[in-house]
Write a protein that binds this ligand. Structure first.
Ligand code: SAH
Length: 342
């Protein structure tokens, strides 16, 4: 398998080039690309291809299928998977049920180097980037294991998507392709801890894909303590990039804000957040912190959450409080991987 290529990792244009260079007609690429998304186990199952192409594909490609190491089902229907990759690294995916259908939260890297103080995914640092083919297999594996059709994708699992920008964008385009999963850009959300130059790059691509930014504090000293990336790209530069994104795309940005007891949940924090983002095309997603062992942080008290919400409401900042899904199965992504020793 080592010298063969992962079929799911080829874009349509890459397949066209490769097949044409090897004497096949260009239109065969559309067929092969389509098969890559149909979750067949072997090349012989690609029914409309001639035998010489099937032989060529099996000599040059392999079909990557993850092994399920662990599957946990929550009382609320959320299902969490720990998958083993080709090289024995492990990643997590979560399937969540919403009124509008099934949403999957996928990982973009093995580990993460952002080192956010509340996050389970950073333990062990960054091991490697995932390929777009592996991200596609995350969606396929969850679909295969559960029999569910996935209508929404969020890139909020292990990893920093914008630290793996090229592969992430290739994945997003594959998901969106009519020959791929044909999932609309508006049903895909990328979440970033705030890699400012990549926010500009993403804005310039003008996709209809949603952008979420993990803010967690509107005060530089607090944010730098929680998220070391803030020392490189501070709040002012981050908000400037977010405004650029909104003006370029005319899309609403969402700000993720995990409420942490005594750290970022005071009245002054809510007021600082309100004045930072007032008049922006945005909304705030308040998330009661998911407990992660060993971090010394806990979620805000219900009374603080209510107070925080009321201040945002008074200041006319649109917001939602995220449902706490999968609490009984270690809601916060990255926890399963740590427990199973990375
Ligand atoms: N690296 C990206 C995407 C992965 S994290 C990012 O930072 O946005 C997805 C979201 O979960 C982010 O908003 C992140 O800050 C948040 N998160 C991480 N650990 C959490 C925890 N223990 N409780 C609540 N939210 C958490």
């Amino acid at each position: 398998m080592k010298n063969k290529k992962d079929l799911k990792n080829f874009s349509l244009s890459e397949l066209e080039v490769f097949l044409v260079a090897n004497g096949f007609s260009k239109y065969r690429a559309v067929q092969v690309y389509g098969w890559a998304f149909k979750d067949v186990e072997k090349f012989e199952d690609m029914k409309n291809l001639p035998p010489n192409l099937i032989k060529f594909l099996s000599e040059n490609f392999y079909i990557n299928r993850f092994k399920v190491l662990k599957k946990q089902t929550s009382k609320d229907g959320t299902i969490k998977f720990l998958f083993s990759l080709d090289d024995e690294n492990t990643i997590e995916c979560v399937l969540m049920k919403y009124a509008y259908g099934y949403s999957i939260c996928i990982s973009t890297q093995v580990g993460c180097r952002m080192n956010c103080k509340f996050c389970a995914s950073t333990t062990g640092g960054l091991v490697r980037n995932l390929t777009s083919g592996e991200m596609i297999e995350e969606v396929m594996a969850v679909s295969r294991e559960t029999g569910k059709t996935i209508s929404n994708i969020v890139l909020m699992g292990i990893g920093e998507p914008f630290d793996n920008y090229k592969e992430v964008m290739k994945f997003v385009h594959g998901i969106n392709s009519p020959y791929g999963f044909n999932i609309g850009m508006r049903h895909i959300t990328i979440s970033t801890s705030g890699l400012v130059p990549k926010i500009y790059e993403f804005a310039d691509e003008k996709t209809q894909c949603n952008l979420a930014v993990s803010l967690h504090s509107a005060i530089d000293s607090v944010r730098s303590q929680l998220m070391p990336i803030n020392k490189k790209y501070n709040i002012e530069s981050l908000i400037k990039a977010c405004k650029y994104y909104c003006s370029k795309t005319n899309r609403r940005i969402s700000f993720e804000y995990a409420l942490i007891n005594g750290v970022n949940d005071k009245v002054s924090d809510a007021e600082a957040l309100s004045s930072l983002i007032k008049n922006m095309l945005c909304y705030v997603n308040l998330i009661p912190l998911n407990y992660v062992a060993g971090k010394g942080l806990s979620k805000s008290k219900d009374s603080s959450i209510d107070l925080f919400k009321n201040i945002l409401r008074k200041n006319k900042i649109p917001m939602t409080v995220r449902r706490e899904l999968g609490q009984d199965i270690d809601g916060a992504c990255g926890q399963l991987r740590i427990k199973e020793k990375l």
